[in-house]
Ligand binder design. Structure first.
Ligand SMILES: NC(=O)c1ccc[n+]([C@@H]2O[C@H](COP(=O)([O-])OP(=O)(O)OC[C@H]3O[C@@H](n4cnc5c(N)ncnc54)[C@H](O)[C@@H]3O)[C@@H](O)[C@H]2O)c1
Length: 240
């Protein structure tokens, strides 16, 4: 896959899966706008991405701040001329008992995972429509498909992301824009500390790079006839 001449905007790019996605795009020639709330970790990702010789813009951005997201989108389009690819990766996954959680807890999950996906999409979609080209990749979760007991409100938000993907894909299908979702199973973003091998028939967690590979594919020109899909990258997950 070759992303030379393409620009990708990625949320939650400072660490974990978002960082692997950012470096995957950089390795394959995409210019990047990397965003996150964690400034120091983001700067480190930016440095590593720049080492591949691509142009990288760094924006400290909270995806729940609608105005800041719109400003970041506008600034990016002005500076790069266009944004071809959007990856809505920023997310939180608080583990808790549903009956002990509060409406404030749920609102936070909804804000980051749902509104934090809608804001960048809404801000960058008009220029994709104008350009007749776009790739939107949302990060879902197996929790959004199967439901996971100690992640009730989280599971709900990821279910919403999957249906958002399907609906938006139809809305923009004739405009050169594809919208897909990649749903991780257990991906080891903690350097082997929480591998959770029991979740998958492969007997191991996935790596952030294995997840990023699926994102890169659906964001590529090669995936031009694929839209509205939800890809589970879960090592043949056992239903938990
Ligand atoms: N790791 C897994 O096993 C797994 C499984 C299923 C789904 N996911 C999904 O993958 C995505 C990435 O998860 P991860 O495991 O890399 O987590 P992570 O915590 O390592 O990384 C998430 C990144 O998002 C950023 N972020 C959080 N809130 C933000 C906000 N309000 N604004 C901007 N950035 C914000 C964080 O600072 C962090 O850099 C999430 O959407 C998550 O739900 C992960």
């Amino acid at each position: 896959m070759n992303f030379k001449g393409k620009t990708a905007f990625i949320t939650g790019a400072a660490k974990g899966i978002g960082k692997a996605i950012a470096l995957g795009f950089a390795k394959n020639g995409a210019d990047l706008i990397l965003t996150d709330i964690l400034a120091d970790e983001l700067s480190e990702t930016v440095k590593e991405a720049e080492a591949f010789g691509v142009k990288v813009k760094e924006i400290k951005l909270d995806v729940t701040d609608e105005k800041a997201v719109r400003d970041a989108a506008e600034e990016s389009v002005k500076e790069f001329g266009k944004v071809d690819i959007l990856v809505n990766n920023a997310g939180i996954y608080p583990k808790r008992a549903f009956d002990e959680s509060t409406s404030e807890d749920w609102k936070k999950t909804i804000d980051v995972n749902i509104l934090g996906t809608l804001y960048p999409t809404h801000a960058l979609l008009p220029q994709m429509i104008e350009n007749g080209y776009g790739r939107i990749v949302n990060i879902g979760s197996v929790a959004g498909v199967y439901g996971v007991s100690y992640f009730v409100d989280y599971s709900m938000t990821k279910g919403a992301i999957i249906s958002f993907t399907k609906a938006l894909a139809k809305y923009v299908a004739d405009k050169g824009i594809t919208v897909n979702c990649v749903s991780p199973g257990s991906i080891d973003v903690h350097g082997g500390k929480k591998p959770m091998p029991e979740h998958s028939f492969m007997g191991r967690a996935g790596t952030p790079e294995e997840l990023a590979n699926a994102v890169l594919f659906v964001a590529s020109d090669e995936a031009s006839y694929i839209s509205g899909q939800n890809y589970l990258v879960d090592g043949c997950r056992k239903q938990m």
